[in-house]
Design a protein around this ligand. Sequence first.
Ligand SMILES: [Zn+2]
Length: 128
Amino acid sequence: MESWSIYKEFRFEAAHRLPHHDGKCRRLHGHSFVGRIYVRGDRLIESGAKQGMIIDYSDLKKYLKPLLNDYLDHHYLNDTTGLENPTSEELARWIYHQLEAAGLPGLSAVEIRETCTSGCLYSVNSHQ
Ligand SMILES: [Zn+2]
């Protein structure tokens, strides 16, 4: 069966600290995070303004906006997310579950990059 994966990239500046880390990440510091949310679908909308799409990119933005405003951009992630140890991995999972709870259809993965060369992709195996 055919399918499509689309993504929307987003950016935010934020501070965090990893209290258990044995190096400098234990200290309060910040990143220019880059993330992507991935949505997967096996059929395209057949008519109307969104014909030929899985979901409108601007709709993806609407799901991201409250997360960015209220929890991520220019926030201290240890406080706003409630994560004691907000690694990229924990943050990607947290964002995934927030989007899932908000009802984003077709959500398949969340990617978080802390630096230009380091990042992670979180997904849930739906075949289990
Ligand atoms: Zn860090």
